[in-house]
Design a protein around this ligand. Structure first.
Ligand code: ADP
Length: 463
């Protein structure tokens, strides 16, 4: 088995720890890179060695390719793991790694380019015979051309950035009258956020589930799936709770979705791990491709726990040109797993809440996993994503999993800042979530907090 000798992790927080641990378990040395604001971060303490790559702002440090490449060269790293976010889906970065003789732990540059643009990704799905959402597989800069497509598809439609991500810049257009105004607003936002104003026109599907499939492929052309994840609990198109399997999803439809993901992977010649995302209508039993992420997902632990696999180790092995070590037959979902994303934010207003952690205790026990870089005395920085912990729980079935997660949330102590732990408690107890009547707009359509409730940072976050 060919493995790298030293991996530089071009990331921070919990995902940097996740990768460092996998490397050390494989006998690989690690290099942590960090901004000046992250001198005391746990990934710096746990890595074999560390290098400061710039000031606090991400564009001067974690997105600073020159600085990261200098750190890799100076420390003799022979591979770079990008984690998620930051440079993980940047084909130019992957190309620079390869021109420096450093293995980029991810798919090929060709795969990244093909899937990095939502219009191009739709065309790849069309080619593989995978159903896409009614709409068009071209990106538009011109409002009149896009309007013609919208009229054809029928309102309501959704405008989204071809180069987009993280749910940013999406606009639902209810009728023809509001099209041109919303097109201009969306284009301005998208141009500012991604530097590319091309917009995709798709039918807007209300009350659907977000179902995604974890796939993995090797350079010999083998592609397998590791089952689905249901990520329908979202806030403004951003995932908050993920689970596997999916309640109420017909097993035959699940198999069709998994097979479609593998077909796309094969048709694209996909190598390494990736996630194919779909929207599924559990009433009409239809499903549609939305996009593919060519990187490790935040929610990969859900799949790891429900299938008892290690996706990060497989990712490292695949990047070095090894064959898949997991066979399709060995992938079996056992029990039920739910992940709750714990964010440093006011649970009601969603305003970020950075600051000093004055007390910290993570829950534990059978089937309870916490991926976090927090510790007591650590200061959550205001410069980066507000995700501070992922609490992932496995139960024999969905109900026992929900109960176990509620107990674990009660045990979680994070003092000094506000967190969304209480929000998770309320979602998990909501009858529509418990009975599986939820969908991607569920959280945006209900009120979980009364007008009077406020959250102070002095409030203990455990029961
Ligand atoms: P991003 O890359 O910005 O995360 P995605 O295409 O992955 O965008 O979609 C994110 C979420 O937005 C989906 O999970 C779903 O909730 C919503 N969404 C995307 N496309 C549609 C659509 N055509 N109709 C309704 N909701 C959609």
């Amino acid at each position: 088995m060919k493995l790298p000798k030293k991996v530089l992790i071009a990331n921070r927080g919990e995902i940097a720890l996740r990768v460092i641990r996998a490397c050390h378990q494989l006998g690989i040395k690690t290099v942590a890179v960090h901004s000046k604001a992250d001198v005391d971060a746990l990934h710096v303490k746990l890595a074999t060695e560390s290098v400061c790559i710039g000031p606090a702002l991400a564009k001067e440090s974690y997105l600073n390719i020159a600085s990261i490449m200098s750190a890799a060269t100076a420390t003799g790293a022979d591979a770079i793991h990008p984690g998620y976010g930051f440079l993980s889906e940047n084909p130019a970065f992957a190309e620079i790694c390869s021109s420096c003789g450093i293995t980029f732990i991810g798919p090929t540059v060709r795969n990244m380019r093909m899937m990095g643009d939502k219009a191009r990704a739709r065309r790849a799905a069309d080619k593989a015979g995978v159903p896409t959402i009614p709409g068009d597989s071209q990106g538009y800069l011109n409002s009149e051309e896009a309007f013609a497509i919208a009229k054809n598809v029928g309102f309501p439609i959704l405008l989204k950035a071809c180069a987009g991500g993280g749910g940013r810049g999406m606009k639902v257009v209810e009728n023809a009258e509001s099209f041109s105004g919303l097109f201009s607003t969306a284009q301005r936002e998208v141009e500012a956020a991604f530097g590319d104003g091309h917009l995709l026109v798709e039918k807007y599907l209300p009350k659907v589930r977000h179902i995604e499939v974890q796939i993995a492929g090797d350079i010999a052309g083998n592609v397998i799936h590791l089952g689905i994840r249901d990520c329908s609990i979202q806030r403004r198109h951003q995932k908050l709770i993920e689970e596997a399997p999916s309640i109420g999803l017909d097993p035959a439809l699940q198999r069709q979705i998994e097979n479609a993901a593998v077909e796309l992977g094969k048709s694209a010649g996909y190598t390494n791990v990736g996630t194919v995302e779909f929207l599924a209508d559990v009433v009409s039993n239809k499903f549609y491709f939305i996009e593919m992420n060519t990187r490790l997902q935040v929610e990969h632990p859900v799949t790891e726990m429900v299938t008892d696999t290690d996706i990060v180790k497989e990712q490292i092995r695949l990047a070095m040109g090894n064959d898949l070590t997991i066979s399709q037959d060995s992938v079996v979902m056992k029990g039920h797993v739910i992940e709750a994303r714990i964010n440093a934010e006011d649970p009601k207003t969603l305003i970020p809440s950075p600051g000093l952690i004055t007390a910290y205790h993570a829950p534990g026990g059978h089937g309870v996993r916490v991926d976090s870089a927090l510790y007591s005395g650590y200061t959550v920085q205001p410069y980066y994503d507000s995700l501070i912990a992922k609490l992932v729980v496995r139960g024999e079935d969905r109900n026992s999993c929900i109960e176990k997660l509620l107990v674990a949330l009660d045990e979680f102590i994070i003092e000094g800042i506000k967190t969304n732990i209480e929000l998770h408690r309320r979602i998990l107890r909501h009858p529509d979530f418990v009975t599986g009547r939820h969908h991607t707009k569920f959280l945006d359509s209900i009120q979980l907090f009364s007008e009077k409730e406020t959250w102070g940072s002095d409030v203990r976050t455990h029961a």
